[in-house]
Design a binder for this molecule. Structure first.
Ligand code: 5GP
Length: 251
């Protein structure tokens, strides 16, 4: 059997060369890290859940005309995606104050923001992904003004889609992070949503109880991460069949 070529291994995913040119196989690991990998653990089943959830969100985005890298899910832990050139920015959209925004500006977590706020961080683990402005992005050539206009529009469309989908199952989308990739089509380049969209990269709070259903459960030691992610998957109807409770003789 031929060994696959590993292109990149990150904290939560491995990328392998895909079966056709321009494709990549994205493998979701069970590893969880936080605080720039100072806190680490292996969470049984996390990769399976994130593979399913990212498939669900990316498929929905593709269906409403927001281009993403997602092609199809291959198996429990892997999906086929379009290869793209990742723009070295984390694009964060916030609807409610939480996390680093609350710390930075002294706004209580859970405070609704006057409008969605989009922030950019420079993707560099050794620097702890620092917050940057459009001035830095333009000056260092990480993205052009046209790219920035497209990135803002993609980020806000993802926010509207994700907020609506989550609201429908009783979950508030507090904030999220996406990554954007560049693909070339003949003489043109296009920006697409890449990486993953999952509870690893979003803050999701139950609307009724405020219970956290995202990676903060791991960051802040609030209980079982797989229980939280399974709850999100269950509400969205994307739980893998093997995780569904088997019927017994009495039900
Ligand atoms: P904060 O800046 O408050 O730490 O994070 C804002 C949002 O972006 C949260 O939903 C958080 O999960 C996500 N986020 C920020 N940085 C990263 C990162 O390096 N990896 C992942 N998976 N999500 C991130």
């Amino acid at each position: 059997m031929a060994r696959r070529k590993k292109i990149y291994e990150g904290k939560a995913k491995i990328l392998y060369e895909g079966p056709e040119p321009g494709t990549i196989v994205q493998y979701f690991k069970d590893d969880a890290t936080a605080f720039n990998a100072e806190k680490k653990d292996v969470i049984d089943g996390k990769g399976v859940l994130n593979n399913r959830l990212s498939e669900f969100f990316m498929t929905g985005l593709n269906q409403i005309g927001v281009p993403t890298h997602f092609i199809r899910r291959l198996n429990m832990r892997e999906q086929l995606v379009r290869s793209c050139e990742i723009i070295p920015l984390e694009v964060i959209v916030r609807n409610y104050a939480a996390g680093s925004l609350s710390k930075r500006l002294g706004i209580a977590e859970g405070t609704q923001l006057p409008r969605p706020i989009v922030e950019y961080c420079y993707k560099d683990d050794s620097l702890g992904d620092p917050l940057v402005t459009e001035e830095h992005i333009a000056a260092f050539g990480w993205a052009s003004q046209q790219d920035m206009d497209d990135i803002l529009s993609l980020a806000l469309r993802v926010n509207d889609f994700m907020s609506g989908v989550m609201l429908a199952v009783g979950i508030r989308l507090i904030d999220f992070k996406i990554e954007i990739g560049r693909v070339y089509e003949g003489d043109f380049q296009r920006l697409i949503v890449a990486d993953e969209i999952s509870p690893d990269s979003c803050r999701l709070w139950d609307i009724e109880t405020g219970q956290k259903l995202d990676k903060d459960v791991f960051r802040r030691d609030l209980g079982s991460l797989t229980d939280a992610y399974s709850e999100v998957a269950r509400r969205l109807g994307v739980l893998p069949k093997s995780n569904v409770t088997k019927p017994t003789l009495i039900n």
